[in-house]
Write a protein that binds this ligand. Structure first.
Ligand code: FES
Length: 127
């Protein structure tokens, strides 16, 4: 576990559950998926290695920046990946999608989670 100054508040929001929210405190050496499991929050996952995309979330805002009218917040500023996010195409990474099984936070942020987020990638050919 990192010390308290290297922990970040990450708010998880479920778009398919009436925007239900939970905020968890996550260390920089911990992935969002690991922290959610520690907090008894069920997030979808498959491979846990960045290969399948099942755990995909979408960054909504980071460090207070990036909500709708300010454009897409930068995933690279908000998270560090433990290994390459192979399941995401570059355009997905550019539009805020993040693999929660291998991503550890670097800022406070809000992330849309749940199976509907992964479905956005599959169902919308423009994303
Ligand atoms: S669980 Fe497979 S990419 Fe995250």
């Amino acid at each position: 576990m990192g010390d308290e100054t290297r922990r970040h508040d990450v708010t998880l929001e479920w778009p398919d559950a009436d925007r239900e929210r939970r905020t968890i405190r996550i260390g920089e050496d911990e992935t969002v998926l690991e922290a959610a499991e520690r907090a008894d929050i069920a997030l979808p996952f498959g491979c846990r290695t960045g290969a399948c995309g099942t755990c995909t979330g979408r960054l909504l805002s980071s460090n207070g920046n990036g909500d709708a009218d300010e454009g897409t917040p930068d995933v690279a500023d908000a998270f560090a990946y433990r290994r390459p996010p192979r399941a995401l195409k570059e355009r997905h990474r550019d539009t805020g999608y993040v693999l929660l099984c291998i991503a550890a936070p670097r800022t406070d942020c809000r992330v849309a989670v749940g199976s509907s987020v992964h479905a956005e990638l599959v169902e919308n050919p423009w994303k």
